[in-house]
Design a protein around this ligand. Structure first.
Ligand code: NZQ
Ligand code: ZN
Length: 389
């Protein structure tokens, strides 16, 4: 069995009425704050005003970077890092969804680096230091609030690259489920598809890649997403649903459940290539890919794991033939993603054809092999993409 280190140095304030602690947490790291946010949802919801009031009450100086896009661009990272250097910013405050948080992580690292922050994405350099980062999460999906990863897009080169560095781990994250009441149906559904994918990427591992306790923990989280996503869609202000989804989003990817994972991820690297070229929503790309990937890797060597998934997550009758259970588990995954969440189910529906499949397949495998649950060649990835049409 593999050894692992478990270390999550992020302090979490969870629940309503916790934002009153923001001022003192910021002040603990310095006087000058760079507030990073997206296209304006935080102004509409009133969160911006409440955050600004905290900064003011704590006697801190506020600088701003707004307009961070979904699939955040390296141009925003560069702009934020420049503000930090120019103004001598002490602490970065990210208020928004995963895109704002990811971008802020690279801004915090870019602020302490003389070169182009894209180097951290391309792999040309690894940040050793970053400004302290505090986050206020508004969308349950990526888990960026409690991990050290971030995914940045370079429109010029059509690259979307995810990497993680310990210095980018948020120091403090504020998770208030009521802030997600305003997330619309589509983003709620995409967020839930993303959480589910994070769990499936670590659940489907070769023998020895997990342990009994972690398997049951992951199955519990998968069941939580399946139970509460439809509730959040029907009742956007259900605290119970939003709270369960938010805390699951953090724990799905914070290193605990996947502690022993002995293989890489599969759907995420392929999805990043789709987003890089077509700028689609991450969770939608994952929803379309996941059941096709499952069908592609299902065989005599993987059927046992699918059976476990089918019986323990969906409650399929364990006395049925193993392959029938496995196939049914994939059908039920499709039913959840496309019927319960109502997401589009093919690339064709969202205007994507096969013309870039070879490029995407090659890049997701880095020209060689995608080392996931089952190792995939570019040819395999191309076939999975074709199944998505
Ligand atoms: O920009 P604003 O106006 O804030 O609107 C956003 C955006 O349009 C909106 N939104 C966010 N909170 C809202 C809200 N609208 C109403 N009410 C609220 N409370 O939702 C839209 C999407 O936001 P975005 O941040 O892009 O969504 P998400 O959290 O799903 O983040 C996706 C990004 O995270 C990356 C993805 O690749 C993608 O770039 N990922 C990051 C990971 C990580 N750091 O570990 C892992 C993931 O696998 C993922 O790759
Ligand atoms: Zn994801």
């Amino acid at each position: 069995m593999n050894s692992f280190i478990y270390d999550i140095p992020t302090k979490v304030y969870f629940g309503p009425n916790q934002l009153g602690n923001l001022g003192k947490e910021l002040a603990a790291y310095g006087k000058k704050v760079l507030l990073c946010y997206g296209g304006g949802s935080i102004k509409k919801s009133g969160l911006y005003a409440r955050v600004a009031a905290q900064v003011k009450e704590a006697g801190l100086e506020l600088f701003e970077l707004s307009g961070i896009d979904p699939n955040p661009r390296v141009t925003s990272v560069r702009a934020g890092a420049d503000i930090c250097k120019r103004e001598g910013v002490d602490v970065v405050l990210a208020v928004g969804g995963g895109s704002v948080l990811d971008c802020s992580k690279y801004i915090a690292a870019g602020a302490c680096y003389d070169g182009d922050p894209w180097d951290f994405s391309s792999g040309a350099a690894a940040p050793e230091r970053a400004l302290p980062l505090i986050t206020v999460l508004t969308l349950a999906a990526t888990g960026s609030e409690m991990d050290n990863g971030g995914v940045i897009t370079n429109i010029e080169t059509k690259d979307k690259i995810g990497r993680g560095y310990p210095c980018m781990q948020p120091k403090v994250s504020f998770l208030d489920p009521t802030e997600t009441y305003s997330v619309g149906r589509y983003q709620t559904a995409c967020g839930c598809a993303d959480i589910l994918s994070h769990l499936l990427e670590i659940y489907f591992v070769p023998e020895g890649g997990s342990m009994y306790m972690l398997d049951r923990f992951m199955e519990g989280m998968i069941k939580t997403v399946i139970k509460y996503a439809p509730v959040a869609l029907e009742q956007p202000d259900s605290y119970e649903a939003r709270a369960n989804l938010m805390w699951t989003s953090s724990w799905a990817i914070n290193g605990m459940a996947g502690a022993l994972q002995n293989c890489g991820w599969t759907c995420h690297p392929i999805e990043h290539e789709l987003s890089a070229i077509y700028d689609i929503t991450h969770g939608l790309g994952l929803a379309i890919l996941t059941p096709r990937w499952m069908k592609y890797v299902l065989d005599d060597t993987t059927v046992g794991r699918f059976r476990e998934y089918g019986v323990n997550v969906f409650g399929i009758d364990p006395s049925l033939p193993t392959m029938d259970i496995a196939r049914r588990s994939i059908e039920l995954t499709e039913d959840f993603l496309f019927n319960k969440l109502g997401l589009q189910s093919t690339l064709t529906e969202i205007g994507i054809d096969s013309r870039n499949f070879d490029i995407m397949a090659g890049k997701s495998c880095h020209g060689e092999v995608l080392k996931g649950y089952k190792a995939l060649t570019p040819e395999d990835v191309r076939k999975i993409l074709e199944m998505c049409l």
